[in-house]
Design a protein around this ligand. Structure first.
Ligand SMILES: [Zn+2]
Length: 212
């Protein structure tokens, strides 16, 4: 199967990709991983990428497109999440690795906000909490190791705002582009991980991409 998973921030698309990849042994590709792996190589591109990633600069889109699609072209079967996120990437992908199906994992903005803004992490053991839906027993203290919990920079309101505006201004166009080709199925991301995964697999079976 060759499938793309798209959806708003914190819809669970990465988790769905990971679970399916493990259960069915299908390579799971993420654009970020492809860049990080390339940056560890001792080549001119690798050294350059290492610097760019370290300083947090945005990697030029044509380089991302080329590396991601090179990786996909070497595989018979793949799942990718969070890519293509704009129409330039979608057009590039249409030429090189057209997906068989695009799964939209959808959640309302309010749910996305609660998942992200209230997320806290233990800097020591990595345990994650949500102050609204899965709070620690003691305020701001990790249940397992007693460390003080932190909020990751990615989970701050200004970053959330930026990710949502990117989703609305760019990624929704990509979803519409695939909808017009009849390639999109939707999964409700506002349910438990297990129920979400069950619905995800049912949608793939209905399309003949997974065996009953
Ligand atoms: Zn901890």
């Amino acid at each position: 199967m060759k499938i793309v998973l798209l959806g708003p921030p914190a819809s669970g698309k990465g988790t769905m990709a990971e679970m399916l990849s493990h259960e069915y042994n299908i390579p799971w590709i993420s654009a970020g991983d492809v860049l990080r792996r390339e940056s560890r190589k001792d080549t001119e591109l690798g050294r350059w990428l290492r610097e760019e990633l370290k300083t947090g600069r945005l990697i030029p889109p044509d380089i991302v497109n080329e590396l991601v699609n090179q990786e996909l072209s070497n595989l018979d079967s793949w799942i990718i999440d969070g890519y293509p996120r704009d129409m330039d990437q979608a057009r590039y992908m249409d030429e090189h690795n057209k997906p068989e199906l695009v799964v939209l994992i959808n959640i309302p903005r309010k749910v996305s906000e609660i998942r992200i803004l209230y997320r806290r992490q233990c800097p020591k053991c990595g345990a994650t909490y949500n102050l609204k839906t899965k709070p620690p027993k003691k305020d701001n203290i990790c249940d397992y190791c007693g460390s003080r919990l932190i909020q990751r920079n990615d989970d701050k309101p200004e970053v959330l705002e930026k990710r949502w505006s990117e989703y609305i201004n760019k990624t929704l166009r990509v979803i519409n582009h695939y909808k017009m080709q009849g390639l999109v199925v939707e999964v409700n991301g506002d349910q438990s991980i297990m129920d979400e995964y069950k619905e995800f697999k049912e949608k793939l079976k209905a399309k003949g991409l997974l065996k009953e």
